[in-house]
Design a binder for this molecule. Sequence first.
Ligand code: ATP
Length: 266
Amino acid sequence: MVATVSGSEPARVVEVEALDAGYNGNPVVRDLSLYIREAEVVALLGANGAGKTTTLSTIAGLQRPLAGKIRMDGKDIAGQSAHRLARGGLSLVPEGRALFASLTTRENLRLSAGRSGSPDEVLDLLPELRKCLDRKAGLLSGGEQQMLAVGRAIVRRPRALLIDEMSLGLAPVVVERLLPVLRRVADELRTAVLLVEQHVALALEIADRGYVMAHGRLILESSAARLRSRRDLLKACYLGDLDRAAELAGDDDPASGGAAAPEDPR
Ligand code: ATP
């Protein structure tokens, strides 16, 4: 367990500084800085193509950063392989779930658990998986598969959990069931959770803070509570209307933990 920075503020588990990330040497994410604290759920929001998946997959080691720093528990991890990072406690649930379709739920969980993991703890958090234990992952419903994907990601009690578009193709009722599980993972396992989610209102209900991206840059950081109450600001960010967003952010009362003013990515 990592010590807290001060008496009250939990440690920053993941810290990203001035990250450029992209494909074939061309950045699609630029100068991005963010952090996730221990036991914190952070939502990474933004319109399609804003750069959220690229950010997550670069932090998780699926792509090499083009520039900038990525630290976990204070250690430089930029450029490390996804496999090594996963063993070191950084777990990614990618879009598309990445399960072993021909293995049962139990076998999928055991494979991820290795010697140190605890499938029983996962079944306590996701009791719906109990009835699926002997069924092949490929035969589970979309919601059950997503539960298993989350179960596999948390079975080794990760320090950090990155989740990309968990709700893709799922009914809202399943999303409503799964998101509170992530809150419990943060609260009970002290995991730092970074969540990309299109169901913005649901994500902000369980998140502590949110970042909003547009055109490859972070344009807004705020408490989830403030983002929940400032849908107009969020909408302006999603539409890429930064002048309007800056105007709306100016309406915030800074004393109430308000939104940081949007930065112009142009
Ligand atoms: P979405 O919500 O649609 O998944 P996103 O915010 O996750 O969007 P990314 O998938 O990170 O955004 O995409 C950011 C930019 O990078 C987009 O312009 C996209 O076209 C581009 N991009 C994504 N994957 C690749 C790739 N493999 N090669 C080249 N460009 C890519």
